[in-house]
Write a protein that binds this ligand. Structure first.
Ligand SMILES: [Fe+2]
Ligand SMILES: [Fe+2]
Length: 238
């Protein structure tokens, strides 16, 4: 059995995810259970595979994505750090190499906007996958129309991440109804968009966000800027 299957079938990991979901549900957070873990795992793996990373890196991406939010079972604050420590111990017990464990834990420990920075390809792919998971299915039964996170998530009826390896673009395409607005989406998710842009740059890509088929952000293809042009202050680059 490979590590991906070992992690996916591990009861301790599943219980940590379920415990996280129970804690966050009490605090009226959006859904953070097995569905979110599997979504982030699959999208992280997909980004890495499509961009040509090897099978091991893609597998580490799946594992990091699946385990990234387990620390919410302890506390929402610094949950990425706690999740990383959990992952370290569990993966060590499974016999994973320390080199691979550290790729996973660095990715998990850097996925939060407040304290994280994309530090390796797995980390960058995980950030994009995690931040892309806004959807009406994440709003629990206790939907509160007076709560902005509920309103925004409830308005999102479709959400897809496209990867174009040739053009080196990663595009988030969101389709919203009028339950909320683009303005409200930005009000709560601006830092996520910025973090996804930085993550895409680490992967040698540009991140583009479309809402209802309109390009919303103004991505800067930092990777293609030359030092001399940036120093010359070429306004046309912006
Ligand atoms: Fe998280
Ligand atoms: Fe998450």
């Amino acid at each position: 059995m490979n590590f991906k299957d070992l992690v996916r079938s591990n009861e301790e990991v599943a219980e940590l995810i379920n415990a996280s979901e129970r804690c966050l549900d009490v605090m009226n957070y959006t859904e953070h259970g097995i569905r979110h873990a599997m979504y982030v795992a699959r999208v992280t793996e997909k980004i890495l595979k499509k961009l040509g990373y090897d099978d091991t890196t893609a597998e580490l991406g799946f594992i990091a994505g699946y385990m990234h939010d387990t620390g919410n079972s302890v506390n929402r604050n610094f949950h990425g750090h706690v999740s990383a420590v959990y992952a370290y111990n569990i993966l060590k017990e499974m016999g994973m190499s320390f080199k691979d464990i550290n790729i996973v834990t660095a990715a998990i420990g850097n996925h939060e906007e407040e304290t994280g920075t994309p530090v390796n390809p797995v980390s960058a792919a995980l950030i994009i996958a995690d931040k892309s998971d806004a959807h009406r299915t994440r709003v629990t039964q206790n939907y509160d129309p007076n709560e902005i996170h509920d309103r925004v998530n409830h308005a999102i009826i479709k959400n897809i991440v496209y990867i174009n390896p040739e053009k080196r673009t990663i595009s988030g395409r969101i389709y919203m109804n009028s339950t909320s607005s683009v303005m409200e989406y930005f009000e709560i998710y601006l830092s996520r968009i910025s973090m996804s842009e930085r993550a895409a740059n680490l992967l040698g890509c540009t991140f583009k966000l479309y809402i209802n088929d309109v390009l919303i952000n103004s991505p800067k293809d930092i990777g293609k800027r030359t030092a001399s042009k940036v120093e010359a202050g070429d306004q046309s680059l912006d």
